[in-house]
Design a protein around this ligand. Structure first.
Ligand code: URA
Length: 210
């Protein structure tokens, strides 16, 4: 995999796609942690290799483990609704992946060892896609990039200074929104809608600069 990591300064959508295809292939054989023993398949990504927005979730659930595609279960369908309402086309505007690529048994939170074992893939995905915006979807994804203790409810919706040249925002995870139905002002679903509207504004600004 080393050559993939050192050779990621590619520019065209086709070049990005080719690198990601090779990485996905390497990932599908991965035995770097115990999750390889219980997975049905690895879940690498969905969406566009050339997207300006990269959304990073936690880990595949049962539906993702069965299909090999991130965010296709109930949480994914709710995410799709929010993305559509904010004016995004999931397949064109976003590159979607997870912090780890294999389903943890019973959907438990990934361990630090599992996250560390999977870090190379995520790093390579970020450098290959070279997004302008990264959305850290939920605490596990945010935890991988923020060293201090935080509550997702306190940091979500703010533009975070984590990478040079990439705008980063943490947002609620749709699984949390599945347990919180209210649409009232200030509710988690209301905040998610506002956050994605701000992301859309930022994307439009970035597009108008080009
Ligand atoms: N939750 C995640 O974080 N990722 C998925 O792909 C599905 C559910």
């Amino acid at each position: 995999m080393e050559h993939l990591l050192t050779n990621v300064k590619c520019k065209t959508a086709e070049q990005k796609e080719a690198v990601l295809k090779e990485l996905k292939n390497v990932c599908s054989q991965c035995k770097a942690c115990e999750l390889c023993k219980t997975r049905t398949c690895t879940v690498f990504s969905d969406g566009s290799a050339d997207a300006k927005i990269m959304l990073i979730g936690e880990a595949p659930g049962a539906d993702e483990d069965a299909t090999g595609t991130p965010f296709v279960g109930r949480a994914g369908q709710l995410l799709n609704t929010f993305l559509e309402e904010a004016g995004f086309d999931r397949k064109k505007d976003l590159y979607i992946c997870n912090t780890i690529k294999c389903r943890p048994p019973q959907n438990r939170v990934p361990t630090n060892e599992e996250k560390a074992a999977c870090q190379t893939y995520l790093t390579a995905q970020i450098s290959t896609v070279a997004p302008k915006i990264i959305l850290l979807c939920g605490s596990t994804a945010a935890n991988s990039f923020i060293n201090e203790d935080f509550k997702i409810s306190q940091i979500r919706g703010k533009w975070l200074n984590i990478f040079e040249n990439i705008e980063v925002m943490a947002i609620f995870h749709p699984s949390y929104l599945l347990r919180n139905h209210s649409l009232e002002q200030g509710s988690p679903r209301w905040l998610m809608k506002k956050d994605l509207e701000n992301v859309k504004k930022k994307l439009d600004e970035l597009n108008s600069e080009i």
